[in-house]
Design a protein around this ligand. Structure first.
Ligand code: KE4
Length: 428
């Protein structure tokens, strides 16, 4: 195992003052029974920990670093913004620029509100949908993760799924009872909920490409039927594109898959690495939001000028350089096809799901199409694989039910090195 002496020391110290020693469970390395590596710096496709180990970075801050770590264009924009002031709590031109850019890049978004995280984005979108429809109930999907607002911590993915507790303590029964859960890729489960709750469902929220139970792709007709049943029932369709937004292409998973949601939520890439979330969509729904309408939502640092500078620079790079998507998608396929071949050669029980520049390797022999099939994965085997790869200098998600992310800084040599390390693990 790579030298982790300083990380061990820092982790000991951190656990005295921070719950679990981390500010987010997803980075705790608990699911792989390892000490979390404390990162000192990052550049391009790499991150460096406090013990001097360098890793090829397949997390990229869980998605934001699509251009690679420390992209010079983003850095320059931040440096220019920072000297003017860190925050004003007042309107700025940058917020108008960002809003216009998002509305231009994502056709379904007619109006957009900036917030500070993906959680705030989904929480606010739900409130907008409930205010707009006057209804309370919502539908989410088992294994999808939409951040940690109370209504959505029900059968959730990501850190909850990786810890084996899909529901969180502290969520009042009254709140959770308005959250109905359906099965991803199982339209019958959705139809049943609409029949049992006629006229009561305010919103259906979905990751159009699921990436928080590991990567799980939607069946082609599934999203189309979801759109139709929401239309018939006057239910607001919310596409949670916090991961897939500006990742699957400049217009996200909705552009790639031909989905027209009523509201969309964003995070990660939209902030260029700074804390930014956003929600937006149909004007008639967004006009419900204060100070225009009766649905209240606010935020001291929403639209922060430095964060806007980072996000605008990143989105503009992606808009002006479509070849970035060609590159990251090619490497995504190269990595995942390679892993698939290695596992097959080793006759290992592994399934690799991939689309564009995200993917997951599940330690199971069956197709992974939803929460139940994902849960059949051998998480202990995944932990062994993760530790082997980490020791080779490859930084994958420290938990089975997450995704790998490729950036524009990754190259074919990185992929070859990664596959050589994986081949050694599978002894082929
Ligand atoms: P944040 O509040 O963490 O910015 O975004 C919440 C969120 C909302 N929607 C989707 C589809 C998401 O994937 C997320 C957050 N993703 C996790 C990774 N699976 C963030 C990592 C973490 O929690 O530390």
């Amino acid at each position: 195992m790579s030298n982790a002496m300083k990380s061990n020391q820092l982790f000991e110290e951190a656990q005295k003052y921070i719950p679990g020693g981390v500010n987010s469970p997803a980075r705790a390395f608990k699911a792989v029974s390892e000490t979390p590596r404390f990162i000192e710096k990052a550049d391009g496709a790499y991150i460096h920990d406090v013990d001097g180990n360098r890793y090829i970075d397949y997390i990229g801050s869980w998605g934001p670093m699509i251009l690679g770590n420390n992209n010079p264009v983003v850095l320059k924009a931040v440096q220019e913004a920072i000297v003017k002031g860190l925050s004003y709590g007042a309107a700025t031109e940058a917020e108008v620029t960002m809003a216009k850019l998002v509305c231009e890049l994502v056709p379904s978004v007619e109006m957009v509100r900036m917030v500070n995280s993906g959680t705030e984005a989904t929480m606010s979108a739900l409130r907008a949908a409930r205010g707009y429809t006057g209804r309370s109930k919502i539908i989410k999907f088992e294994g999808c993760y939409h951040g940690h607002c109370d209504s959505l911590l029900v059968k959730a993915g990501s850190g909850l799924m990786n810890s084996g507790i899909p529901d969180s303590a502290g969520v009042p029964a009254g709140c959770a009872s308005d959250t109905l859960t359906a099965v991803y890729n199982d339209f019958d489960s959705v139809e049943r909920l609409f029949e049992e709750n006629k006229g009561e469902i305010a919103a259906l929220i979905i990751e159009p490409i699921a990436a928080n139970m590991g990567v799980v792709l939607p069946d082609p007709a599934f999203l189309k039927k979801i759109r139709e049943i929401c239309d018939v029932n006057g239910t607001v369709l919310i596409a949670d594109e916090v991961i897939t937004g500006f990742r699957m292409g400049i217009d996200g998973a909705q552009g790639l898959l031909g989905l027209k949601p009523d509201l969309s939520t964003f995070g990660k890439i939209i902030g260029g690495g700074m804390p930014v979330g956003a929600y937006g969509g149909k004007r008639e729904i967004m006009e419900m939001i204060a100070p225009l309408g009766p649905v209240y939502q606010a935020g001291t640092l929403s639209g922060n000028p430095v964060a806007m500078a980072a996000g605008i620079a990143q989105l503009t790079e992606l808009k002006n350089h479509p070849e970035i998507y060609t590159h990251i998608n090619k490497l995504g396929a190269m990595l995942c096809d390679g892993l698939r071949e290695i596992a097959a050669a080793a006759k290992a029980n592994c399934v690799v799901n991939q689309i564009g520049s995200i993917g997951s390797m599940f330690f199971t022999g069956e197709p992974v199409t939803d929460y139940a099939s994902a849960k059949k994965s051998d998480t202990a085997a995944y932990a062994d694989y993760f530790k082997h790869m980490l020791n080779c200098g490859i930084y994958f998600a420290p938990a089975q039910f997450e995704a790998m992310f490729i950036s524009n800084s990754h190259n074919e040599e990185n992929i070859k090195d990664t596959l050589e390390c994986a081949a050694r693990f599978f002894k082929v």
